[in-house]
Design a protein around this ligand. Structure first.
Ligand SMILES: NC(=O)c1ccc[n+]([C@@H]2O[C@H](COP(=O)([O-])OP(=O)(O)OC[C@H]3O[C@@H](n4cnc5c(N)ncnc54)[C@H](O)[C@@H]3O)[C@@H](O)[C@H]2O)c1
Length: 290
């Protein structure tokens, strides 16, 4: 894959999926900024997890440097991109992967728990991408990955903060894929599933129910990340990756019902079945022209 010689920032690469992406990208010749503040799943604390992954990459003959800033901190996000530029001269790839959980039903969730999760996942993704964007735009090359989730794309229970942030990334991608297209800056979403410490509390997460002998290893997701980081990456797509299965998600819309300029609530109610009927739904890629 064409990441050889490219400079890749991978956030949250001290553990789980990010670490696997970093090891695979380095194997394929990319120079890696291993970002990770090394906290717990709930985002508290910090450690030197990033250093360990840098050591692993270097021991295997690859090139890597650590950055331990938080993506949720604007100055921290800036420092991640600065580390890439200072150490390797530029940035070609950003994999926004850092993440935390504060799962709770919406009724019990505090607004601090809301803010924390939105800040790491959605704002952190936007901050790091925002600092890398002008560099990529100027040189007409960039590959950006947002780590989304079925918790947002399909919905979950007890993950409203997380799901909102993860679907927010899809909205950000839908806009950036248009803004970057003319300058060869491609933005895509990866929606992974793997047994990591983040999913440790989810029953059955470590074993594929249909294929129990096949483990749900995070490394099974990384080929999709490598593809989305490569020169061949599409633009504005969502790839699902878990347990060695890969698929795509997209937004479909039905034709709808045109009730004219004199529409009343009675007309609307008389047509509600047609309005909600998705049997003729088609892929929707452009709100104005499709
Ligand atoms: N594991 C899954 O099944 C799954 C499913 C859907 C989405 N995801 C997403 O994949 C990503 C990776 O998750 P994982 O399962 O590998 O979990 P993980 O906990 O093993 O890894 C997340 C890493 O992000 C780091 N991190 C957290 N907050 C950070 C911050 N503010 N700045 C920098 N680093 C920070 C952590 O220290 C940790 O090393 C997350 O965005 C997660 O939401 C995972």
């Amino acid at each position: 894959m064409s990441v050889d010689g490219k400079v890749a920032i991978i956030t949250g690469a001290g553990a789980g999926l990010g670490r696997q992406h970093a090891l695979l990208f380095a194997q394929h010749g990319a120079k890696i900024v291993v970002n990770d503040l090394g906290g717990a799943v709930d985002g508290t604390g910090h450690s030197d997890a990033a250093d360990l992954v840098v050591e692993e990459i270097r021991a295997a003959g690859g090139q890597a440097v650590a950055n331990k800033a938080s993506v949720a901190d604007r100055e921290g996000a800036k420092s991640i991109v600065e580390t890439a530029v200072k150490e390797f001269g530029t940035v070609d790839i950003v994999v926004n992967n850092a993440g935390i959980l504060r799962d709770k039903s919406f009724k019990k969730m505090t607004l601090d728990e809301w803010d924390l999760v939105i800040n790491v996942h959605l704002n952190g993704t936007a901050y790091v991408t925002w600092h890398a964007w002008p560099i990529m735009y100027e040189k007409n090359y960039g590959r950006i990955i947002f780590t989304s989730s079925v918790s947002g794309i399909l919905g979950s229970f007890g993950q409203s903060n997380y799901g909102a942030a993860k679907m927010g990334m899809v909205g950000l991608m839908n806009n950036l894929s248009r803004e970057g297209a003319s300058h060869n800056v491609h933005t895509n979403c990866l929606s992974p599933g793997a047994a990591t410490r983040m999913t440790a509390s989810v029953p059955g997460s470590s074993i594929d129910a249909d294929n129990p002998e096949k483990e749900n290893r995070p490394g099974l997701v990384s080929p999709a990340a490598l593809y989305l980081a490569s020169a061949d990456a599409p633009n504005g797509r969502i790839i699902q990756a878990a347990r060695g299965r890969f698929a795509a998600d997209a937004v479909y819309s039905n034709t709808g019902v045109d009730l004219g300029a004199d529409v009343t609530i009675d007309d609307f109610l008389a047509n509600i079945d047609g309005i909600l009927d998705m049997s003729d739904a088609q892929l929707k890629t452009n709100f104005w022209r499709d």
